[in-house]
Design a protein around this ligand. Structure first.
Ligand code: NAD
Length: 137
């Protein structure tokens, strides 16, 4: 991918830390954003920061827990609908040792493409990158 301009990135765990920084940096490069996190207020702050970084991009936000399979799939559907495509998926929200087996699988432990990102890819038909930042330990 030569440029992030006019691409669409979906980021989980976007309310703080690396997810927030990723959102702001991508916004500076003209990338549209679909942001999610379980932390509603932190997510709203990230939305403000990304908006300050770039007034021209489209930003959607969704409060969800990534261990909630239906909520994630609903978000994937909504993201594909609202943005028309998804080019990059960042599986960033943390998963600890206490997570369930199903949640762990969804975090891409069998590779970088999780069930969630596959779903987004299928809906958008344009996603090329799925990046898993989560460390399970
Ligand atoms: N910071 C590091 O040095 C480092 C190194 C290797 C891997 N990682 C991984 O990168 C990811 C981000 O790290 P960070 O330091 O930015 O962490 P962070 O704690 O600052 O941010 C994680 C975000 O994920 C959200 N989150 C947690 N559980 C969630 C859930 N069930 N559903 C939705 N959102 C949830 C939190 O609200 C938070 O906003 C983590 O998965 C971490 O394991 C971080």
């Amino acid at each position: 991918m030569r440029s992030f301009n006019n691409k669409v990135a979906a980021i989980t765990g976007a309310a703080s830390g690396m997810g927030r920084q990723l959102a702001v940096q991508l916004a500076r490069h003209g990338c549209h954003l679909a942001l999610s996190d379980v932390n509603e207020s932190g997510l709203a702050e990230t939305q403000v920061l990304a908006r300050q970084a770039n007034r021209a991009i489209r930003i959607s936000v969704r409060t969800l827990d990534v261990s909630d399979r239906k909520a994630v799939f609903d978000w994937a559907d909504a993201t594909a609908r609202e943005h028309g495509k998804v080019n990059l998926i960042f599986n960033n929200a943390g998963v600890g040792l206490a997570s369930t087996a199903e949640a762990t699988w969804h975090w891409g432990q069998k590779g970088t493409t999780s069930a969630r990102s596959t779903r987004i890819s299928r809906n958008s038909a344009t996603a090329r990158g799925a990046v898993t930042l989560a460390s399970p330990s």
